[in-house]
Design a protein around this ligand. Structure first.
Ligand code: PGA
Length: 249
C-alpha cells in the first residue's frame, strides 16, 4: 500500500472578508505544481466565491463544520449538501474549537462525518488531547478513543483524513516534539488499521497546531505525518506557501 498524497489544508477559522480572497488567489498561483493536495477552508460565506475563483487551479476549497442533518429547521446552521452545492470538496469536522466551544461529542462528530459523506465531501476529522490529559499520560488513549468514536459506520472506503491537533498546541506557538508527534500518529495509524486493515495506510494523518514556516519541514517529514492543518499561518499566502514548499525541502 503506497503512502497517501500529502494534504496541506488551511483553516481560516472565523477570519477573512471578501477582500481576503486575494490571499487565496496568491496561494493558488504559488501552489501550482505542488506534490501535495492543497486546500483552503474559509468561513462558509466565502466558499462560493472562492471555489469559483480557484476552479481549475488544483487548490481545493473546504468548509469548517456542517450540521448532521441534510436540511430542516436548524436556524443558523449549514448542511454538508449546501457546502458541496457551492463548491466545497472537503470539510473540517470535530475541530477542538467545536468540541469545546460547541460541546461536540464524538457521537456528534461521527454524525457530521456521515452527513459529509452523504454529500460527497471529504472529511478531515480532528482529534487531540488537552495539556491536562497529556500531563496525566493519557494523550494516546484519549486520542485513539476520539478516532474510534468520531468515525461513523458509514465510512467504508471513501476518502478522508484525520488531523492530530493537540489542543494545547493550537494557536499557542507550542508544538510537541517530533518524537511525540510520531508516537501519536503511529497510535492513530494503528487505530485506523483495527478498523480498515491495510487500507488504513492510505489515510493521510495530518498534524495541526502552530505549524509555521520555521517548523513545517521537520513536522512534514516526521514518520506517519501525511500533511498539515494550518490555522494562523494559512491566512497569509507567503506563510502558507512556505509551508507547502517545506514538503519538498
Ligand atoms: P494554528 O491552528 O495553526 O493557528 O495553531 C491550527 C488549527 O486550529 O487547525
Amino acid at each position: 500500500m503506497t503512502a497517501p498524497v500529502p494534504l496541506i489544508a488551511g483553516n481560516w477559522k472565523m477570519n477573512g472578508l471578501r477582500a481576503s480572497l486575494v490571499e487565496a488567489a496568491a496561494i493558488a498561483e504559488g501552489a501550482a505544481g505542488s506534490p501535495a493536495r492543497v486546500a483552503i477552508c474559509p468561513p462558509a460565506v466565502l466558499i462560493h466565491q472562492m471555489s469559483e475563483m480557484l476552479a481549475g487551479s488544483g487548490v481545493l476549497v473546504g468548509g469548517q463544520d456542517v450540521h448532521w442533518e441534510d436540511a430542516g429547521a436548524f436556524t443558523g446552521d449549514v448542511s454538508a449538501q449546501m457546502l458541496a452545492d457551492v463548491g466545497a470538496k472537503l470539510v473540517i469536522l470535530g475541530h477542538s474549537e467545536r468540541r469545546s466551544g460547541h460541546r461536540e461529542t464524538d457521537e456528534i462528530v461521527a454524525r457530521k462525518v456521515a452527513a459529509a459523506l452523504r454529500a460527497g465531501l471529504e472529511p478531515i476529522v480532528c482529534v487531540g488531547e488537552t495539556l491536562e490529559e497529556r500531563n496525566a499520560g493519557q494523550a494516546s488513549p484519549v486520542v485513539t478513543d476520539q478516532v474510534r468514536g468520531s468515525l461513523p459506520a458509514a465510512l467504508t472506503g471513501q476518502p478522508f483524513s484525520v488531523a492530530y491537533e493537540p489542543v494545547w498546541a493550537i494557536g499557542s506557538g507550542l508544538t510537541p516534539s517530533t518524537a511525540e508527534i510520531e508516537e501519536m500518529h503511529q497510535a492513530i495509524r494503528a487505530t485506523l488499521a483495527e478498523r480498515f486493515g491495510p487500507a488504513a495506510q492510505a489515510v493521510p494523518i495530518l498534524y495541526g497546531g502552530s505549524v509555521k514556516p520555521s517548523n513545517a519541514a521537520e513536522i512534514l517529514h516526521a514518520a506517519q505525518v501525511g500533511g498539515a492543518l494550518v490555522g494562523g499561518a494559512s491566512l497569509k499566502a507567503a506563510d502558507f506557501l512556505a509551508i507547502v514548499r517545506a514538503l519538498q525541502a
